[in-house]
Design a protein around this ligand. Sequence first.
Ligand code: GTP
Ligand code: MG
Length: 174
Amino acid sequence: NAVPADAKNLRVKLVLLGDSGVGKSCIVLRFVRGQFDATSKVTVGASFLSQTIALQDSTTVKFEIWDTAGQERYSALAPLYYRGAGVAVIVYDITSPESFKKAQYWVKELQKHGSPDIVMALVGNKADLHEKREVPTEDGIELAEKNGMFFIETSAKTADNINQLFEELMSRLV
Ligand code: GTP
Ligand code: MG
């Protein structure tokens, strides 16, 4: 059971932020358990889950995931969760322009109050609902590029790009 001398075991605090209903909890559930819940309940306060992923060279990254509540009444709690976070994942719903506005708010908030070296991702979720799309992909790309963020569109429902999201984040940490 020797640990290879070159083993690197990293641990990172990851926070998910975004409007209520955009699919934050479903993204986490898909990533951690490989499941989708069409009747997912609104998160109260925040919930915590962790997941470790390994690279071929025996590097592992343990994501300690804080899935925050998007409802307005919980917004004052957010700093408790993003403080000290190494990664912030800001999620919007591609069918909801209001959720995209909220994502812009979170980008600003993290730039003001997050760690200066935080890795940020912008995620347009519910990409399976393309016939109801109201936020063009280009708008997501532009917001992300302006703010030095990684951008991806995902679907927690179909699993599209969920693992890719976390793999890309990992590659920016190791
Ligand atoms: P709060 O906890 O209130 O902040 O919301 P949340 O962002 O955690 O949303 P949640 O994950 O609970 O998902 C809200 C609703 O969207 C649920 O009915 C999900 O089934 C649905 N949903 C989540 N992701 C997707 C997706 O990728 N595609 C589709 N079609 N529906 C999704
Ligand atoms: Mg939730």
